[in-house]
Ligand binder design. Sequence first.
Ligand code: AP5
Length: 574
Amino acid sequence: MLMNYSPTVSHCCNVYHLTPKLSPNFITSFSPSSPCSLPTQQLLSHHIYGHNIIKRKPLRKGLKIVSSKSEPLKVMISGAPASGKGTQCEMIVQKFGVVHISTGDLLRAEVSAGTDIGNKAKEYMNSGRLVPDEIVTAMVTARLSLKDVKEKGWLLDGYPRSSTQAESLEKLNIRPDVYIMLDVPDEILIDRCVGRRIDPLTGRIYHVNNFPPDNDEIKARLVTRSDDTEDKVKSRLQIYKQNAEAVLSTYSGVMNKVDGNRPKEVIFKEIDSLLTRLQIDKDEASISGKLTRNERSLSSSDKKNWRGIPTRLNNIPHSREIRKYFYEDVLQATQRAIRDRKTRLKVEINIPELNPEMDVYRIGTLMELIRNLALSFADDGKRVKVCVQGSMGEGSLAGMPLQLAGTRKILEFMDWGDDGAMGNFVKIGSIGGDEVDDQDDMFILVAPQNAVGNCIIDDLRAMTDAAGDRPVILVNPRLKDLPGSSGIMQTMGRDKRLEYAASFEICYHFRLLYYAGTQYPIMGALRMSHPYAYELYKRVDDESPKKEKYVMLTTFPERPSGDEINDSFEGKSR
Ligand code: AP5
């Protein structure tokens, strides 16, 4: 399958101590030395949606900082035996301070303590079978009800492992923010299990080849798990596969498949980015008194599948809700990038709704996006200049790109609210060095692009030189060279021009994916929102009633190639 990857759209810092094991077996208990600290306090902003401006808060100069305690993280991690769950859990706990609940560890502790539960569980575990649901569920729910879990959040490892276990949690309204699925090919798993060694004193996981211990003292005390023989691993793997599908279907909306066949630090980087984003979402939700994206989706049946990206992307024109989603998504990414002191930014949002080449009326959506960005930054006290390029070139070559014709007039006639934003905090300008005034705090450039025979880059460069360290944001730029009127490409200084165009960092990217050669129906999407990874979504519609739905397949630290996207769609491991 070849995906059309280039559509033609133009446009805690806490220190945790390992405490000695609770039982003579492998339980690892982490006790934070201080309560989990939340990520940096968040900035408040007010968003405006829709064609008509609703009431806005009075403009204020300066940024408002608010602090609030948010809901702790709720994470499930799953994967085949030896996919690296325990290894990643160590790192997650260290960074996020959540309480790690591993059913394998809990059961092994019972076994080594010789309790009734342990004696019952032993025979199942030794043969690689699942311990009866009622035993495991009672253990997990008891642990989940303890105070530390409520305060710090939880990280469930190895539970639920069957549809009955997943149903038990659903009945108790216990749901994760994210379901991480570590994906590792079978042949790797067997070697990982057979080579695994555990330190009975600290509970740390080692591997004879991959992660040997640092010193001989630890090496001498390492033990092998009784179920880590090749035969038992094969049977555990088979049982895992029989149950995985049923559990996955319960959590498909929050599922995040992570390639577990990479160095453990690389895997953790991806998980870290995912959880950090979730934590920020939760903090922002608690600050603004709103629900998180996940909670919103759970609280409303209509928005049930809006975890990640909206549904009904195949319906054009998009609904107001979908447009709102994109305006807010772009705004948040841009705000985060500016907070991170980025000054040369680029937004690439490639949806038909924003493509005036397909339908001139769609310029309205682009203008609405620009207005949302400009007014939100103005609300934070910034003086924003919104710039549309004017006519370029001379004589018969004078002109401007068709899609931008009339754009400046539309911007001037738009409803910018009646509290004086337009003219004071928002100004309209063109592109060029002369357009930069001392009082401007930032610049939003509407779809700057080269036209036939004319190149915008020199004007753009003059503008960024004059802007200095003030942010310049390009929304849907198109800076590749176009052929001149004689059909000849401009070549003079081309490398330099392309290098300059590439100096703008992408802070938001959204692209729809189609089968090669088609532009309908949408098969998936690629999204990146600063500072997080690229997320790949696949359309997996609900059959009855027929509903468009997207699930996240995987994430990429850098923009993936077409081949990488194809491989993920085909379920191949990276
Ligand atoms: P459990 O302890 O949960 O075992 P499991 O699911 O089979 O998973 P493992 O602990 O074997 O592997 P892991 O994914 O944690 O990998 P690890 O990080 O150690 O369950 C054991 C038994 O308890 C079950 O069989 C069942 O009987 C019972 N049970 C548990 N939960 C139950 C439930 N809910 N219901 C019923 N019964 C239940 O890594 C493995 C090795 O690979 C290590 O040596 C590690 O160093 C190495 N490694 C890790 N990451 C990497 C990497 N990126 N690259 C190279 N090597 C790596």
